[in-house]
Design a protein around this ligand. Structure first.
Ligand code: SF4
Ligand code: SF4
Length: 101
């Protein structure tokens, strides 16, 4: 059986701390309006789910692209990029999707 896996390693480009994508299922119109008002980018995916893109550098990102709170960073940051929650990774990222038998 072929399994989808995440390959590669972090090359410290810092872009996952500047722009983050996550899928939020099927939100209400009011929720979508709220995200748009906050400046988030919203995109409808082919399967009907909604993709929200947050464009804002994290306040903990240091000029050398390291994390100021690395030991205590949120769980989401520790898991990033996961196959389940992160549909798109920045082009600059050292990780990429692959397959394993
Ligand atoms: S907490 Fe650290 S790892 Fe998480 S987004 Fe911010 S800078 Fe990046
Ligand atoms: S986008 Fe990828 S390579 Fe860049 S800092 Fe994040 S995990 Fe590392």
């Amino acid at each position: 059986m072929v399994e989808t896996v995440m390959l590669g390693k972090c090359v410290k480009c810092g872009n996952c701390c500047r722009e983050t994508n996550f899928i939020v299922g099927k939100p209400t119109e009011d929720e979508i309006k709220l995200w748009m008002l906050k400046g988030f980018r919203i995109r409808q995916l082919d399967n009907g789910d909604t993709l929200v893109t947050v464009i804002a550098p994290c306040k903990h990102l240091l000029p050398d692209n390291t994390c100021a709170i690395y030991e205590n960073r949120p769980e989401y940051c520790k898991k990033w990029p996961t196959l389940e929650d992160v549909p798109f990774i920045p082009a600059s990222c050292g990780f990429h999707y692959g397959w394993r038998k």
